[in-house]
Write a protein that binds this ligand. Sequence first.
Ligand SMILES: [Zn+2]
Ligand SMILES: [Zn+2]
Length: 327
Amino acid sequence: MRMFQVCTCGEPLQVSEAETPQPKGTEVLLKVLAAGVCHSDLHLADGYFDLGGGKKLSLAERGMKLPVTLGHENVGEVIAVGPEVKGVKVGQRMLANPWIGCGNCAACRRGDDNLCRAMRSLGVFIPGGYATHMIVPHPRYLHDIGDLPPERAAPLACSGVTTYGALKKVATLKNAIVVDIDDAKLAQAKKAGAKATVNGKAADAVQQIMKLTNEGAGAWAVIDVVGSSASARMGYDSLVKGGKYIIVGLYGGDLTVSLPPIPMRALTIQGSYVGSQHEMKELMELVRAKGLPDVPVATRPLDDVNKVHNDLRAGKIVGRVVLTPAA
Ligand SMILES: [Zn+2]
Ligand SMILES: [Zn+2]
């Protein structure tokens, strides 16, 4: 098998070869058909998250060991199964839920692997899909994609379930207003069904958001999929009384807020990390029933991974890019 790995933090990924593993116990071996590239992969390659104020959260301290094969948005074809595997057949095309916990703690027992304190996430702590082959530890993390194109299903594993998990934290869902700093991305959001769009670079972006929500009083909920100091400031400042600011993105930075307005305006600040086992299952059922959203998806060969990372870092990618390792 061939794979691309982080060998030194901050350096381009390096190609490597190894014997293709044989699945043991409950393991399933996939030939990787599609591996989505996610913005978090840039942080994983850098080796840290920016905590703001010059502080860093080191991924090595959180248990990431190098070299690591990245890629946490994967669809693969089952090519072999371990002797204890039930309910999965060779030839099935499966989405791998990468958000795998220890399996034993209280969070994992209720299906909240994403809240486990000893996560073994695919493409973070154990080898992911920037590779021709990958091992998934247990069939419970696999979801049959049926007739869906692998490259369009793959992003559901992170960007899809992360957004779904955040949306579930909003009590009442109304029309979405999309904020971005790139007009090309805003045009795509409009095409995909956004009620309105706001360019976050505008000096009056907060006022524009407020004008569009609750008769000028502000947004009932803001989902921040960037998670930078600037996006957090804008999101938090756009809330109506009783509103909720939900932070999902890991771009990095910090937010300073005055305390009295939190109780006086009954505001909620909530984090949302990827999705639970139940949310992944619900999302797959939703996609099977309603079809995939109209998000632009481009495919690139596995060997282009470093170029794709550079494009992503430069903000040049509209929608998602998915690598096709088995092609
Ligand atoms: Zn656990
Ligand atoms: Zn991701």
